[in-house]
Design a protein around this ligand. Structure first.
Ligand SMILES: [Zn+2]
Ligand SMILES: [Zn+2]
Length: 335
């Protein structure tokens, strides 16, 4: 079968890869499509990423083979399957740190979503695979995983009616946060330098402005207190001092997207004197995936408008460049 194979040093090409064989509790999917995530791009550029590797975890596929012990899915089902599943029973899982569970990162799709065929391990089949109803498009279904990550973030940095929430970055992830914070009853101010992204943010219910205009809007909407929460989806560490300035005393910055910068560019004194909180989340839990699946199938969250480019597997490198230059809002990759 063909897969988009990362060979290290920024090299990525469609190559032959062995088609996975499945065990009795597993599924074999034929890929319908897979969203390209910022975390895939982070792996692509990180010098520490081991090669060869196949990225991709926001996938939709057709079941072509179900193991003998699988009773909940059968050949012909169209499904979304998440790549990480916690054990549900350990110290981490019992304390709400499901994505830090030691079993979590071990439960991966084989070889990854950017391949013609994908093996879904048994634990993923049991806890993180969903049959997609006919009325939901493949592209919409591919948003279940990123939406679940945003839901998890909103649990750690919750929004309430009357809050002012600033979403920094109005890419596809920022656009999901705008909608979730609006659903929670908050006033949302979306910040992005790109006019087309501000336009999209407005359509989704945000007051959308350029970064240098945000302070004024935040003050006007918050009786001059500052934002209750700033969600950083882009910009990396350099966005943090700006976020701290934008927050009210006692506010929270949620650092969602990793990025450049190894040290916190905020003084401890600022954090302490102003009682600021920094929260982070990595990935999602099966509960978040279930809720995201429900929201997508009910049409409660606009996702169709959030992918901008559709490319075949052998043009994945081009898709990465389109997202790096912020030309593409989101790339959807098909076999
Ligand atoms: Zn993702
Ligand atoms: Zn666990």
């Amino acid at each position: 079968m063909k897969a988009a194979v990362f060979r290290g040093g920024g090299r990525l090409a469609a190559e032959d890869w062995p088609r996975p064989a499945i065990g009795p509790e597993e599924l074999l999917l034929r890929l319908r499509g897979c969203g390209l995530c910022g975390s895939d791009i982070a792996k692509f550029v990180a010098p520490s990423t081991k090669a060869p590797a196949v990225f991709g975890h926001e996938l939709v596929g057709d079941v072509v083979e179900a193991g003998a012990a699988v009773h909940s899915f059968a050949a012909g089902d169209r499904v979304v399957a998440a790549h990480h599943v916690p054990c549900g029973a350990c110290h981490y899982c019992a304390r709400g740190s499901a994505s830090m569970c030691r079993a979590f990162k071990a439960s991966t799709l084989d070889p990854g979503g950017f391949a013609e065929y994908v093996r879904v391990p048994g634990v993923n089949v049991r806890h993180a695979t969903f049959r997609v109803p006919d009325h939901v498009s493949d592209e919409a279904a591919s948003f279940v995983e990123p939406l679940a990550c945003c839901l998890r973030a909103m649990r750690r940095a919750p929004a309430a009616p009357g809050d002012v929430v600033v979403v920094a970055g109005l890419g596809s992830i920022g656009s999901l946060f705008v909608q979730l914070a609006r659903r929670a009853g908050a006033t949302v101010i979306g910040v992005d330098p790109i006019a087309a992204r501000q336009e999209l943010g407005r359509k989704l219910g945000a007051i959308a402005v350029a970064p240098d205009e945000a302070g004024e809007d935040v003050r006007a909407r918050s009786a001059h207190r500052g934002a209750d929460t700033v969600i950083v989806t882009g910009g990396g560490a350099p966005a943090l001092p700006w976020a701290a300035q934008t927050l009210r005393d006692g506010g929270t910055v949620h650092y969602f997207a990793g990025g450049a910068g190894e040290a916190l560019p905020l003084s401890l004194e600022t954090l302490y004197q102003r009682e600021l909180t920094i929260t982070t989340t990595y990935s999602s839990s099966p509960g978040d995936l279930g809720e995201a699946f429900r929201l997508v199938t009910e049409g409660a969250i606009e996702v169709e408008a959030l992918y901008s480019h559709r490319l075949p597997l052998d043009r994945l490198a081009e898709g990465i460049a389109l997202m790096q230059s912020r030309t593409a809002l989101k790339v959807y990759v098909t076999p």
